[in-house]
Ligand binder design. Sequence first.
Ligand code: WT7
Length: 660
Amino acid sequence: MAGTAAGDGETLERELDEMLEIERFDPPEEFRRQALLSDPAIYEQAAADPQGWWAGQAEALHWFEPWETVLDDSDPPFYKWFTGGKLNASYNCLDRHVEAGIGDRVAYHWRGEEGERRDVTYADLHRDVQRFANALKDLGVRQGDVVGIYLPMIPEVVVAMLACARIGAPHNVVFGGFSAESVKERMEFSEAKVLITVDGARRKGKTAPIKASVDEVMGDLDSLKTVVVVRHAGLDGVPMSDGRDVWYDEVCAAADPVCPAEPLDAEHPLFILYTSGSTASPKGILHTTGGYLTGVSTTHRHVFDLKPESDVYWCAADVGWITGHSYIVYGPLANGATSVMWEGAPDYPHRGIWWEVAQETRATILYAAPTAIRTFMKWGHEIPEGYDLSALRLLGSVGEPINPKAWLWYHKVIGGGRCPIVDTWWQTETGAIMITPLPGITSTKPGSATRPFPGVFAEVVSEADGTPVESGQGLLVLTQPWPSMLRTLYKEHDRFVETYFARFGKETYLVGDAARADRDGYFWIIGRIDDVVNVSGHRLSTAEVESAIVAHEKVAEAAVIGQSDDDTGQAIAAFVTLNGEIEGTDELVAEIGAVVAERIGKFARPKRIIWADDLPKTRSGKIMRRLLRDIAEGRALGDVTTLRDPSVMAALESQIQDAE
Ligand code: WT7
């Protein structure tokens, strides 16, 4: 199968169709021979003694003091791992590598939008993190204080995260695509004392004045004492308030250069990361130090078959999501890897930029989202074929189900038919990859994330009673605790238990995805069962978008659904009822988009707005999104008998037809 260069579009199309017939792809012999793990017995070994297996993985980290207990499961679902042990994530990511004499190894080949190159070594990070950690202390940050981070993809984001980890201040990173209002909400919920941000962020040749936008909303937040501003975009006239705002470079220059890493309890909070759930208010996922670092370093090493001396690893996510936390920052650094960090978009300055960066850095491993792969597919195979990608040896996928066609294209066009693909399923909550192939062991089937990682236990159970489903669809659950699991929702312990452990009891983690297991025990993820929409791998709650839309003064009511989309997986469609006699216009569509951009972020703007005189509701007043999805996707309507007013659906159908 492998090797043949894709010819013209038609031939490629035919070849991909032929490949669709292939059921499974075995690890290429050449890959298997050099792989870190190639003996399938690892699965049984881990299953026979999961705690022993995880403890073995944790031993690869540096501990100031050893743990007493591997797993404390005395109070489910509040599990604790490696209790009694003391460690520091920043020490594990930096000091021990510098001490081992590999300080000049490049940690990040940073590549900027305008062609800038910065190669940041482990020694560089070690130096910068110590200074900034001391600067944070000088600003009054103490162990346990929450520090907000709202930065673009620049090395300083890593420095900021590790400086927090070094002194035991949990960080709360907000993805740069979120609006300043979202940042404020997250700072408020977490009572952050300090926020680290930037003068401006560059995106496709334009510069967004981030600090100025933050200022517009942050004024009345009492808990926030200091804003640290990184100079990046070279903006002039950045507003700085006396007594609150300081420049990053100035506080670093004034700080002591030596800051020993604090020995912290294994269960010390490492970070909070807000993610979307079923309701409008985001959930603060809390991860702690020992278990999280064990989970991400182990999976990063084994899922990506990492050879830190020779690999150049590129995770093309944003640091602001869990993928970035685990597989740009903590996993790769704990393993002493050399990574690529790309500042910008996939189509600026041109549509071949990823491949240009991969060629120039001789990237060997690429980890990307299906939505990006589908976009590259649409742009055409000629673009990547114009670059030398022969250094690539392994490809990864994350964030949403990957359709077999995209999988095969990735395999053939990007991977030259020689690279195994690891389709990795996991979540913000799981901290680390949970279901995935091991590239030197597992035969892959395009579209399936295959099997649980060693030491992870997953099942598909029936919706009705939680009993295992032999074949067919059900709910995905994780049946045993794992080290990198979320510990709670920040300041919302009841919601934590309610969301994940109420349905099937305190020992069964409800994932929130529907899935199917096949006769080989392979898992096929179908999608979310709650009102969470996955747009280009970005997780959004329908309630969150609805509450932004109804903030527009002309809107009476809104119902948001995720509609299947060829490019973005799912896209936001909003059914909107306007006040009184107001007519829906293009102008209003733009205004509603602007409100959503301001409240949440541009990426959450609805792709489609459908004006509706009324919305389908049950007798108890609950909006039936299932029916709205049927309508939006042009399907025959499901059962409408439970509706308070079934005629609403006919009206909606005719409204949709008028619009098209
Ligand atoms: C949800 C979690 C995992 C980091 C990025 C997203 C979906 C994730 C896959 C995959 C099918 C996937 C699930 C999951 N998802 N990876 N390989 N195949 N679906 O993290 O924002 O917490 O979203 O993303 O629906 O529940 P997240």
